[in-house]
Design a protein. Sequence first.
Length: 850
Amino acid sequence: MNSERYNFKTVEPKWQKKWAENRIFSSKIDHSKEKFYCLEMFPYPSGKIHMGHVRNYTIGDVLSRYKTLKGFNVLHPMGWDAFGMPAENAARENNLDPKVWTNKNISTMKEQLKRLGLSIDWEREISTCSEEYYKHQQLFFLELFEKGLVYRKENYVNWDPVDQTVLANEQVIDGKGWRSGAVVERKKLNQWFFNISKFSQELLDGLDKLKQWPNKVKVMQKNWIGKSFGCEIAFKTEGDLPIEEIKCFTTRPDTLFGFSFLALSVDHEISKFYSEDLKFQEFKKECSKTGTTEEAIAIGEKIGFKTNLMAINPLNPSQKVPVFFANFVLMDYGFGAVFGCPAHDQRDYDFAKKYDLNIKTVVRPEEQDDKFIVGKEAYSGSGVIINSEFLNGLRVPEESIIKTIEILEEKNIGKKKINFRLKDWGVSRQRYWGCPIPVAYDENGSVTAIPKKDLPVKLPEKVDLNSKGNPLDFKEDWKNVIINGKKYTRETDTLDTFVCSSWYYLRFCSPQESEYGFKKEEIDYWMPVDQYIGGVEHAILHLLYSRFFMKAIGYKNHNFKFDEPFQGLFTQGMVCHETYKDKNNNWLSPDQIVSDGDKYYKKDEPDNIVKVGPSESMSKSKKNVIDPENIMNSYGADAVRLFILSDSPPEKDVQWSEQGMNASYKFLQKLWTLHNKIKVKIQNNFNLTGSEKNLENFTNQMISKITNNLENFSYNVIIANIYETYNFLNKEIEKEIDSKKLKENYIKILILFSPAIPHFSSECFEDLGYGDKVHWPIANLSFTNKDKIDYVIQINGKKRAILNDNRDIDQESLLLKIKSNKIVAKYIKDKSIDKIIFVKNRLINLLIHE
RNA sequence: GGGCGAGUGGCGGAAUUGGUAGACGCGUUGGUCUUAGGAACCAAUAGUGCAAGCUGUGAAGGUUCGAGUCCUUUCUCGCCUACCA
């Protein structure tokens, strides 16, 4: 008997080499087959892969391998999201070229991914920092520019003083830069914008078509797009400023009779009249301070600055209310002006209380009468309009809003308006390591597109990264360009890296195509992506931008067969690990600690007791990181894959455990021992004994279980199924069993195992004398239905016994049989059976009474 | 404040249409073995009870022959989002 240990160190490289040599993952159009495009979010080449990558790509690999075995023509590519600030920062620190740094990381990470045994078509590898890639991106930019979907405007931007760059609104978290954590400042700059808001409605409607997206993500995008229905109202003003009216957007025009003040953003154009006013400047400063801190938002203190203006209620011209600047009004939503109705909006209520403004109730709850008065908080629920002259009696909100708008439109006071929260996408970045924006300016500052024949606008090499701000600004020989004999200065901003990842899924379809970003024929075959897999942190940004890009490319142009790039989306959870701190509160990594089985100590310091913190997602700052490379060295790729899939459903966070990892490793050893036992049995030529029926039943049930679980992304259950199969076979193999049947079933089982542990399965397969070409087994239903059933016997709805008997027996026979059952007899003795509930092949329930 | 989701053993988690709750793994306990290994193997493991049994899926009600699953109320936790007019 071959009792050697399973040696992943020879087996895994052997198969990886074989797969590469035979190009078994290389993909091409084949119209005779149904295609399946499986895509995982491509990594940023930061240095080495981390456990999150291992999880993400293992999930994708299981799916790809399964679909391939199912007979699909699978496209499973991989590339690199290679532009971005870390490269620039690392290059600056180490005095390197970002390109060199990035390419080195790419080659390291590529080797690591290969060691995981991923079924990737490496012939399609792309890197967004390569000229071959970004030249097409520049062409797309110019196309969108021609279509009017790209424009330039001066705008307040979020300026990250540490990274010296502009951030998109989405990249500002709690008033801080998403990467640097620095408090974001406001700065006015000329910026390039993609007109994503033009597609707000389409992007919203498209969500309904995405049946295979997690609802959570769709809700997040919906909220982000933020459609609201309301009304635009122009309020006439009186005062010593040359202002006649102020426009507001409101979703509650029906509460107009409760008008009590009008509030403006400090950036509202009216603020220009106060630019000399020191008190106003002070107020403005105060606003920018409170606007960012978390406490300020939590407390939500409303502050205002009173202007000399009064606003007139258009429905009641005798009513005049004060106009304030207020800290809670945002310039970039609506018109940067709010009509305040304190009785029915908590925020307005707080403001009115603070400045002692009138609070007039105009909506009463259904169960109250017209004397209802708003008390200690605003009433924003449903009810009936009161104290509002001709609006009185309207039901809130079903008819009041729409009726009021009709009236306002009739009186020419306001008009219906749909407002979106989604803002245009600022794509300019004052950074070197990105895709150059292919435009230039003449001496007057007018924009001209770089001629398409001159693309790509290449990033200059050997720039001085130690200069402040954008190195491209100081690269004079690159900056100055002659187009058609005329002098121009190049745009020195580069594109947000989210632009690069907005179309890479198209590039994978025809990565070598040189004329254009993609070949129509190729995307017609491969697109859309059938299954996209990645972290939920991209639920809004990347996914929304990609959806926009697809629509923008298709706008007035190509006739695509699809309008959504990602048909299926799966968001996997994070990989977590316990955190450790020593007695001095310094973070410790897992390999810095030892345990005596009870407490943890710092290695080599027995008196330094380690505090174990909660399990959190692995991060360098908390040092709770496990390096996949070390783990692969110790346990091999299959064992890692097994573990990363086993402990939690893929959409939830998983807790890394050394013991669990070790168990997966040990399991493969056990499985190898079992394999060798089976091999011996197969060679011994036993004949039919009757027990093979049991094996066939099991195998066919397992085929159907694992297939189902694969279809439902229940990958953790698949691992349980693999263990279950081991447990079953390990017992069964002790019996005498027909060799032919054993082999036939075992082969099917190995195929079931192969998406999760491909090297191991291939090795066993070959060991039995089989080649590579296999198909996913189909469950034979005549076996999945067991001959014997465990019938549940209930008395008055409570389980009292189990009876194992033939399948398909009817109620009468079953009843007859259970009556002789000791336990049942005890219960029904001296009692009458009132009713029998019989579920075929499942249970019988006897209802009895005294 | 708003939105979404989840509560099942010591732990991670299983459980088609309502139909044997706790699959599978970890951990723990007991045992066997000695090529002392990253051991392996066997058995037990929701609680309680000697047992038959009783109790058990955050809590309280309800529907049903039957509820982890459906309905109502409620509590707790997690995630996302935030002055959106």
